[in-house]
Design a protein. Sequence first.
Length: 143
Amino acid sequence: MIFIMLMMLILVISAVYDIKNKSVSVKILVIAGCISCICGICQLFYDSTIYMEICSLLPGAFMLALSYLTKEQIGYGDGLMILFLGPVFGLINVLIGLCAGLVISAFVSAGLLMFKKAGKKESLPFLPFLTAGMGAVCVLCSI
């Protein structure tokens, strides 16, 4: 539970930083990576298997691959943050949170386009939407 609260705090801080600077802080990513590693190791001693921990990294690995393939249309920082969420929240919760974040960002993007507040080529920071999605997972899935 402490790891989840720490990671949610990091997500909120990262979301604010992403909105202000249109990038993800390397320092915050390093802290998130350390928390993720410690959590993954702790879970191996309690109720997890190495297979489950590796599987929890798949959404982040997929997003990093998409970052590379799309020439950073999706930022590496977003992919790394999703990678680090895996060991803390688990595969299913990260997938649900990621999908929720994508749906929320789609609605916001559609609204911005409809009201002509943004153009088609304009980019939005994704971490605020990921934070909202993971927050919804925490509340709705009683994590």
